[in-house]
Write a protein that binds this ligand. Structure first.
Ligand code: KG4
Ligand code: ZN
Length: 352
């Protein structure tokens, strides 16, 4: 089984071809991604209108290139999967409409994919991981703990009540004048800094409900930065290191709470997966590796190119659905908001 996957929900345009391995897991035959970071950098964040236009400019070319690299024609595909949300509606429409048009023209099944489901199932593409597992999804738009119990069977056990983690990194970078996207820049500064210099809050620490909050932490950094202003290089590094240390402590504590909820409500947990752009952060990876070691969990961290937005995860989610006989018709709507746990069939078809 071979599927073309198309992704355009945020600021990455992506097309990929993935095939199902007989023994499970997938082979990525092509994974083309074009980032729009340069187009948005001047604004310090993603501008929806610019994103939608940029998707239109490059998507056809990316699909052609993906098929060429995979050495398959449209006729040789078993289906076409497109991310139908959640995300910026203009961009979602570009990729979704393209996926539907190709499916119609090539007489192939069409599969509408929840972008978050793509992130949630990536560990099965890379590591053929068995259900159930605990997923920590940390990106610029999302911060969630999800029990992944089966295809289409997701239980959100915690999420942020305000900012996403990646968003907090981006905003801290912006207030310190570091640039966009902020995560990698804050991480680089943090390496040089003293994490003990500023005692930033660890939001939600110790609470049983595994929710997250990053807005207060961000504000604490802002207040401290304006107090010590004008900032020297040392202060910027120390602010970044202290901020990142607070994020790491918070994530580990929230994970501990999430694991308890998983065990109470679902049963034994053997594996944990981390996905989303923030999973590229080395300090976070190391802390989670330690936590999983202590908790007897195996940790699966997909490679960075599969943690950030990509087409392979959409193609793979398409494979997972198609092999269960789950396809969608061409009236499937683009959904700017689409919670993962409202993903039963009624919700999948936009009826809930
Ligand atoms: O998953 P992603 O590529 O896009 C979505 O938001 O869907 O994640 C991008 C986010 C940005 O907020 C970026 O600052 C953050 O991931 N990020 C990082 C790192 N690399 C990317 N955050 C912390 N440390 C990093 N090394
Ligand atoms: Zn994403």
């Amino acid at each position: 089984m071979r599927i073309l996957g198309i992704e355009s929900t945020c600021d990455e345009t992506a097309a990929a071809v993935v095939e199902l391995r007989p023994e499970g897991g997938g082979n990525i035959l092509a994974n083309e991604v074009m980032s729009q970071i340069a187009e948005h950098a001047a604004y310090g964040g993603v501008v929806p209108e610019i994103a939608a236009r940029a998707h239109i400019d490059v998507l056809d070319r990316l699909i052609t290139r993906a098929l060429a690299h995979a050495k398959v024609s449209l006729a040789e595909l078993d289906g076409i999967a497109g991310a139908a949300g959640p995300g910026l509606i203009g961009g979602v429409l570009v990729g979704l409409t393209t996926a539907k048009a190709l499916a119609l023209a090539a007489h192939k099944p069409f599969i509408a994919i929840n972008h978050l489901e793509g992130h949630a199932l990536t560990a099965r593409l890379t590591d053929n991981l068995d259900f159930p597992y605990l997923l920590l999804l940390v990106s610029g738009g999302h911060t969630q703990l999800v029990a992944v119990k089966g295809v289409g069977d997701y239980q959100r056990i915690g999420s942020t009540v305000d900012d996403a983690v990646g968003e907090a990194f981006d905003k801290v970078a912006k207030m310190l004048g570091l640039g966009y996207p902020g995560g990698p820049l804050v991480e680089r500064e943090a390496l040089k800094g003293n994490a003990a210099r500023y005692d930033f809050p660890r939001p939600m620490l110790g609470r049983a409900k595994p929710d997250f909050s990053f807005s207060g932490l961000k504000t604490a950094v802002r207040l401290e930065a304006s107090r010590v202003s004008p900032l020297t290089g040392v202060e910027i590094a120390d602010l970044c290191a202290s901020f990142q240390a607070a994020v790491v402590d918070t994530l580990v504590d929230r994970l501990r709470a999430g694991l308890r909820v998983f065990i109470d409500q679902i049963g034994p947990c053997h594996s944990m997966v981390i996905a989303g752009g923030v999973a590229a952060n080395d300090a976070i990876r190391r802390a989670l590796t330690r936590f999983c070691g202590e908790s007897g969990l195996s940790l699966v961290v997909p490679p960075p190119s599969l943690c950030t937005d990509n087409g392979a995860m959409i193609a793979w989610a398409g494979i997972e659905r198609l092999r269960l006989g789950l396809t969608d018709d061409l009236t499937f709507p683009a959904r700017p908001r689409w919670p993962l746990d409202a993903n039963g069939e009624a919700a999948h078809h936009g009826k809930a």
